[in-house]
Design a protein around this ligand. Structure first.
Ligand code: DOR
Ligand code: ZN
Length: 449
């Protein structure tokens, strides 16, 4: 049994925002709320040991057995329901040099994630029963976050023939997406939205109209012109988002917009919700923190798809996340090798390695400056994704599996070799000090640091 004492629990599902003692083994057992006048997170007491057991020994990774109670002093720290990341690239099968299911699950847990969804753009593509089962089996053996596969919408991500969604859902796929590519034909998307209803699972749309994106490498605007790089207009995303929203309306299908990066997409999502269309949206930390003006010709770590927004669009994305128009955060963890990212900007692959920096980045850039409340952070990265994708977690309600994050807002790390778990290092934060980290993550009561 674990007992976290005097910790600031933020759990929007229970409307809980208070100093508590929390007891759990593989499930949450008990939450005892302290008096209302102690509700503010206290400063860390430098003299108190971070962790101790009742017998004074340092806590280990193993789950305490029998009647042993391991006590952790939670003063100055937060306890959140585990973060749920609905957008990650774990690269297995095919590019295990960049990441695999085991390293990805570990890196995720280190970053505070207890459940992650991995995308189907592997080699080969996760478009058949065998590979869905493979991901589930490998993922269940990994020591870290729970891993669930998102199966492809079309075979080979070719945008032509639909996969057998019912079969793949029965095998364990929790959503469908051709992420990495937009589905170019409207008719294919219409049928996908229709068939996915047989599974109750959403289609995750990577909105990118190819003729507009036209092999560009950053957002089209003054900065792409200055750098002489081919620009991707914001409309490459928004026109497909508009199409998919109208198709979701037409079919009464369930749609989720991946990595929203343009203000027009925000407007469309807001409109769709008012119409009662079954659509949700996610935004990635990098689209809220960086903008196109931050890009120089050698900054391939900032090359992502969709590309970094204009500064004006970034503000609109932040506001939409804060007011709930955008439902959730997701990392789009996209590991790539150093060699690939060392190429000229136009040739380097898209993607940021994000699991181990995402929470800290959002904490430092949005929560500390008061742009995003702590409770909205937890809602957007735990409760809402768990609900939308019908996943375990999202709350610390007694009786539910103990997927728990102990978060220390003052814990500081220099991002680098010592603590890094991912196989790749393509992060703009490499070598930089950051603070605000998950210092322990429990998945079903098993502790991962
Ligand atoms: O930046 C990205 N990287 N965006 C995507 O859509 C795909 C991903 C990847 O697979 O590397
Ligand atoms: Zn994508």
């Amino acid at each position: 049994m674990w007992l976290i004492k005097n910790v600031h629990v933020v759990d929007p599902a229970q409307d809980l925002d208070a100093i508590c003692d929390v007891e759990f083994d593989e499930r949450i057992r008990n939450i005892i709320k302290h008096n209302a006048n102690t509700q503010n997170t206290l400063p860390v007491d430098a003299d108190s040991p971070d962790e101790h057991t009742v017998s004074g020994r340092k806590t280990s990774e193993a789950a305490p057995s029998g009647n042993t109670v391991q006590v952790i002093d939670g003063r100055g720290k937060y306890l959140f329901p585990g973060f749920v990341d609905v957008h990650a690239h774990l690269r297995e099968p095919g590019r295990e040099d960049k990441e695999d299911l085991a390293s990805g699950a570990q890196a995720a847990a280190r970053g505070g994630f207890t459940t992650v969804l991995c995308m189907a753009n592997t080699q080969p593509v996760i478009d058949n029963r065998g590979l869905v089962e493979f991901v589930i089996n490998q993922g269940s053996q990994a020591e870290g976050a729970r891993v669930w596969p998102v199966a492809a919408v079309t075979k080979g991500l070719k945008g032509e023939e639909l996969v057998n969604m019912v079969e793949l859902h029965n095998a364990g796929a929790v959503a469908f997406s051709d992420d990495g590519r937009g589905i170019q034909r409207g008719q294919t998307m219409l049928l996908a939205l229709q068939y996915a209803q047989l599974t109750g699972r959403p289609i995750i749309s990577h909105c990118e109209e190819d003729s507009l994106a036209a092999n560009g490498s950053m957002r089209r605007g003054p900065q792409s012109a200055r750098l002489g790089l081919t620009g991707i207009p914001a409309a490459a995303e928004s026109v497909m988002a508009a199409r998919d929203i109208l198709l979701a309306e037409e079919t009464a299908g369930r749609l989720h917009l991946a990595h929203m990066s343009a203000s027009a997409t925000v407007t469309l999502l807001g409109w769709a919700k008012k119409q009662g269309i079954d659509v949700t949206g996610e935004v990635n930390p990098h689209h809220l923190i960086f903008c196109d003006e931050d890009i120089g010709l050698t900054d391939t770590a900032l090359k992502v798809n969709p590309p970094l927004p204009s500064a004006a669009d970034r503000e609109i994305l932040i506001e939409a996340l804060a007011n709930g128009t955008i439902d959730m955060l997701a990392t789009d963890h996209a590991p790539h090798t150093w060699e690939e990212k060392a190429q000229p900007f136009a040739e380097a692959p898209f993607g940021i390695n994000a699991f181990e920096t995402a929470l800290s980045a959002v904490w430092m850039s949005l929560v500390e400056p008061g742009k995003l409340s702590v409770s909205r952070l937890v809602r957007a990265w735990s409760l809402n994704p768990a609900r939308r994708f019908s996943l375990a977690g999202g709350s610390l309600s007694p009786g539910t599996p103990a997927d728990v994050v102990l978060f220390d807002p003052s814990h500081t790390r220099v991002i680098g070799e010592g603590t890094w778990m991912s196989k790749s290092t393509n992060t703009p934060y490499w070598g930089k000090p950051m603070h605000g980290f998950a210092i322990a993550t429990w998945v079903g009561g098993i502790k991962h640091c």
